[in-house]
Ligand binder design. Structure first.
Ligand code: KIV
Ligand code: ZN
Length: 388
């Protein structure tokens, strides 16, 4: 039987940490309602202790979200956890997300302490959080660079203390997919009580591997992926929601599915890009302006014969406007004929041969040949009189 991978959206927390992306309460609430409609299972609404504004945003989201779990972030600090619990007071399904750095980089450079002390603080934080809710997620920050044996000890201890979800962040985006997948498999095989918690992937994109790492984690047994719309997040960003969802949908043999309504992916991407004022790169998978554009003659010819030659996703399935045949100096005759036809001209093969030479002259001068250029070409074209 296929298994569900829970989608934990952190656009409003890790995504909002992007410089210039800060949202006010109304913007956050509007996006949270849209994320719920998209089908995300968990909304990480913010970091309540970080500012009064974020506390208010998390409280409003907690009050208005009906089905999704609403999650608030905290450090492994008692006051943080109490404030997160207070912000989540009215949530139908509240989750406290608490944790601490577990790699030696963090233990030495950030906390100047020992592995034993970090283990104690980790357990303590989960115990505090469990006083407020049965749904407690623990994050082992920088798990990507944490020694697996030690990580397994921490994870076993926090599950014993009551953590129901264990987050294994590749905080610095360092891991290779094989390393990250092996890490999740190691925890599955070496943590005796691992079946009492959901394993979560939280991958950053510093080496462009966040999506690949999250999928490797899910293949190895993780059942929650933390991600953001358009891959927004600290530095090079987080795992992109639209990418992991579509990887699982397009590769059915993985036996993994999500609750996401994929037809809403493109509208949601636009909404986030506008609200957070970060345009989507044109070549972004699934939601970039060029994700369904074909511009070279070879591709256009194949695509026009059968879309599946060059498209693995039907644009309608992800709410995109449709495939586009873009006319450039690299385009061929079939694309030109197709575009003429679309705007009402039906030229025969000979006409197209002549028009194509004129088209190339225009195309060499411009980056893209527009509809208006085609009208000009068509108006200026006088067909050769037929020879007897
Ligand atoms: O990247 C990270 O480790 C985080 C944690 C706070 C979950 O964002
Ligand atoms: Zn993060």
């Amino acid at each position: 039987m296929d298994q569900q991978v829970y989608i934990f959206d952190t656009t409003l927390r890790d995504g909002e940490q992007v410089p210039g992306c800060k949202l006010n309460t109304k913007e956050k609430l509007d996006l949270a309602l849209k994320l719920e409609a998209l089908g995300v299972d968990i909304i990480e609404a913010g970091f309540p202790i970080s500012s009064p504004g974020d506390f208010e945003s998390v409280s409003q989201i907690a009050k208005h979200i009906k089905h999704a779990t609403v999650c608030g972030l905290s450090r492994a600090v008692q006051k943080d956890i109490e404030v997160a619990a207070e912000a989540l007071r009215f949530a139908k399904r509240p989750r406290i997300h608490t944790g601490i750095g577990t790699s030696d980089f963090h233990i030495k450079a950030k906390f100047n302490t020992s592995r034993e002390e970090i283990l104690k603080r980790a357990v303590q934080s989960v115990t505090w959080a469990r006083n407020f809710t049965d749904d407690v997620e623990f994050y082992a920050e920088d798990a990507g660079r944490t020694d697996n044996e030690y990580l397994a000890q921490v994870i076993e201890a926090v599950i014993k203390a009551g953590a129901t979800v264990v987050n294994i962040p590749d905080t610095t985006g360092y891991c290779l997919p094989s390393q990250y997948g092996d890490k999740i498999a190691f925890l599955k095989n070496h943590v005796p009580n691992i079946d009492k918690a959901v394993i979560s992937c939280h991958c950053h994109n510093d080496l462009g591997l966040a999506t690949a790492n999250s999928i490797a984690g899910a293949i190895a047994g993780a059942r929650q992926i933390e991600c953001t719309i358009n891959g927004l997040g600290e530095r090079a960003g987080n795992t992109s929601l639209e990418e992991v969802v579509m990887v699982m949908r397009q590769h059915k043999h993985l036996g993994l599915y999500t609750n996401i309504n994929t037809k809403m992916l493109n509208p949601m991407s636009r909404e986030v890009a506008e609200t957070m004022r970060v345009p989507v790169q044109v070549n972004k998978a699934i939601v970039g302006a060029n994700a369904f554009s074909h511009s070279s003659g070879i591709h256009q010819d194949g695509f026009l014969k059968d879309a599946t030659t060059y498209e693995i996703i039907n644009p309608e399935d992800v709410g995109a406007e449709g495939s586009r045949i873009v006319l450039t100096a690299r385009s061929g005759r079939s694309a030109l004929a197709h575009r003429f036809q679309k705007i009402g001209y039906s030229f025969n093969r000979n006409d197209i041969d002549v028009l194509y030479e004129k088209f190339l002259q225009v195309a060499d001068k411009k980056k893209e040949v527009e509809e208006e250029d085609l009208h000009q070409l068509a108006k200026g074209y006088v067909p050769e009189p037929a020879t007897v």
